[in-house]
Write a protein that binds this ligand. Structure first.
Ligand code: HAM
Length: 425
C-alpha cells in the first residue's frame, strides 16, 4: 500500500507553494514597514510552556500533541506561537532592550482537531507579538496592521470584531456575575460547560454546543463590570480605530479560545468563507500576565496570528491570485546530445539572472518543442553541432517569431536589450 499524508496534514504542491510565498513576501514587507524583527523558535517545547494547572481552553486540554521519548520529559509540538516566543524573550533576556520588543513569525502549528475545511492538524500562522508596552495606541496599531495587511492582499469581505476582557479586577467581578447568571441553568449546559461554570465561565460564551440555547441571549456583558481604567482603555482603542476609519463590530460574546487574554481582544472574520468558526482568518489580543506566569518580568504583551491556509482559502474564493509562476526567460533546445557548450550557455544566462531551462537527455526536436509550448519561455535557444563549432546560439523570439544567430560573447548584451524589462514577471 502506498503511504499517505497523516490525517489533517497536507502536501503543498506546485502553484500552492507560490501562494504561500506570495503571502509570506507581503507579510515580511509589512513587518519591515512596522518595525518588527523575525523570530524562529523550535517546533517542540517543554509542555509546561503551554500548559498551566488551571487551563480551560480546548487547545491545551484536548488538542495538544504531547509525548515523551524517555518517559521523563514531557514535550509538545507547539499548538500556537505566543508562548514559545515569550519563552524565548525570557530565556534570552530580550526585555533588557528598549521596550517594546516587536517580533514576528511564520511557523507551523499542530493541534489535534477534527479535520475539516479550514481546520487542520498542521497549519501555518503568520504571527506577531509586541512585548513590554501597554497602550491603547499600540493595540489599535496591531489591529490596524492586520486589517491593512488583509486589505492589501485584496480581501474585501471581512469583519473586524473587537471586545475587551477587562483588567484582572474587572474580569473577576464579571466572572462572578457570569457564575451567578449560569448557575440556575447548569442542568441545561453541555458536559464541558458544567465544569467550565465554576472554573472559567467565560468559556461558556465560546461554546459551540450551548451557543444557541435560549438563555444565551441575555448573558450579562462585561461592559457593566469594567472599572473606569479598563473602560477608558477600551474606549480609547476604539477611538483610534474610528480615527483610522477601520470598520469594526463590538462583540461582547467574543472571549477567544485561549486562556491568557486580558483587555483588548479581536478577530477578523471572512464573510466570504461562510458563517462558521473556520471563517476566522485571524485572532489575537492583549495578555497582561502571561510573561510573568512563564517566569519573566511583569510586562504586558499583545499579538495576533493569521491562519495562513484560511487566508489563502479566502483569497482563492475571491480570485485574488493571478499567474504566480511566470515564464522562464529561455528554454534551450539541445540537438547535440548533451554537449558541455549547452551547459555553459545555460550557466552564463543564470549567472546574469535570466531563468533558463534545458533539456537533459536525447529527445526529438518535436518532443523538445512540446516542452517549449508547455513552459512558454520568452526565448527559445536552439543549439546543434554548428552552433557549438561556431560558438553561437540560434535564438527564436516567441513573441515576434523572429530568429537570429548571436555569438556567445554577445549573448548577455542581446538578452539585456530584449528581456531587460521581464525580470519581475
Ligand atoms: P488562535 O485564535 O488559536 O490564536 O489562532 C489564530 C488563527 O490560527 C485562527 O484565527 C485561525 O485562522 C488559525 N487556526 C487556528 N487553528 C487552526 C487549525 N486547526 N487549522 C487551520 N487554521 C487554524 C492563537 O493561536 C494566538 N497565539 C494568537 C495570538 C498571538 N494572540 C496573541 N498573540
Amino acid at each position: 500500500m502506498a503511504y499517505q499524508t497523516v490525517r489533517g496534514t497536507y502536501d503543498i504542491l506546485n502553484d500552492d507553494y507560490l501562494k504561500f510565498r506570495y503571502v509570506n513576501d507581503l507579510f515580511e514587507h509589512f513587518m519591515k514597514l512596522y518595525g518588527y524583527d523575525f523570530i524562529k523558535t523550535p517546533v517542540i517545547e517543554d509542555t509546561r510552556v503551554f500548559k498551566k494547572d488551571n487551563d480551560t481552553s480546548d487547545m491545551v486540554t484536548k488538542e495538544m500533541f504531547t509525548f515523551s521519548i524517555n518517559g521523563k520529559d514531557s514535550l509538545t509540538l507547539r499548538p500556537e506561537g505566543t508562548a514559545g516566543v515569550i519563552r524565548s524573550y525570557i530565556q534570552h533576556k530580550l526585555y533588557g532592550a528598549e521596550a517594546p520588543v516587536k517580533l514576528a513569525y511564520i511557523e507551523e502549528m499542530f493541534r489535534y482537531e477534527r479535520p475539516q475545511k479550514g481546520r487542520q492538524r498542521q497549519f501555518t500562522q503568520l504571527g506577531v507579538e509586541v512585548l513590554g508596552d501597554k497602550a491603547p495606541l499600540l493595540d489599535a496599531e496591531v489591529i490596524a496592521m492586520g486589517y491593512y495587511f488583509l486589505k492589501t492582499l485584496g480581501i474585501k469581505d471581512m469583519e473586524v470584531h473587537v471586545n475587551t476582557l477587562g483588567d484582572s479586577t474587572s474580569r473577576q467581578r464579571y466572572l462572578e456575575a457570569l457564575k451567578a447568571y449560569f448557575r440556575p441553568y447548569s442542568d441545561l449546559l453541555c458536559t464541558d460547560c458544567k465544569q467550565r461554570l465554576e472554573k472559567n465561565p467565560l468559556r461558556i460564551l465560546d461554546c459551540k454546543i450551548d451557543r444557541d440555547q435560549p438563555f444565551m441571549s441575555a448573558v450579562p456583558a462585561i461592559y457593566d463590570y469594567l472599572d473606569e481604567e479598563a473602560d477608558n482603555y477600551f474606549k480609547k482603542v476604539l477611538s483610534y480605530l474610528d480615527a483610522l476609519e477601520i470598520p469594526y463590530v463590538i462583540d461582547s460574546r467574543m472571549v477567544r479560545g485561549l486562556d491568557y487574554y486580558t483587555d483588548t481582544v479581536f478577530e477578523v472574520v471572512s464573510t466570504a468563507l461562510g458563517a462558521n468558526s473556520q471563517s476566522t482568518i485571524f485572532g489575537g489580543g492583549r495578555y497582561d500576565d502571561l510573561v510573568s506566569e512563564l517566569g519573566g518580568p511583569a510586562v504586558s504583551g499583545i499579538g495576533f496570528a493569521i491562519g495562513e491556509e484560511r487566508l489563502i482559502g479566502a483569497m482563492e474564493e475571491a480570485g485574488l491570485f493571478g499567474d504566480l509562476k511566470g515564464h522562464p526567460d529561455v528554454y534551450i533546445i539541445d540537438l547535440t546530445e548533451g554537449d558541455p557548450y549547452v551547459l555553459k550557455v545555460a550557466e552564463l544566462l543564470r549567472n546574469n539572472s535570466f531563468s533558463t531551462l534545458i533539456n537533459y537527455y536525447k529527445r526529438s526536436l518535436r518532443a523538445q518543442f512540446k516542452s517549449v509550448d508547455r513552459h512558454e519561455p520568452y526565448l527559445t535557444f536552439i543549439i546543434g553541432e554548428d552552433e557549438v563549432q561556431n560558438k553561437v546560439v540560434n535564438i527564436k523570439d516567441n513573441k515576434t517569431k523572429e530568429q537570429t544567430t548571436v555569438a556567445f560573447d554577445d549573448l548577455i548584451d542581446h538578452l539585456d536589450n530584449i528581456l531587460g524589462g521581464n525580470e519581475d514577471e
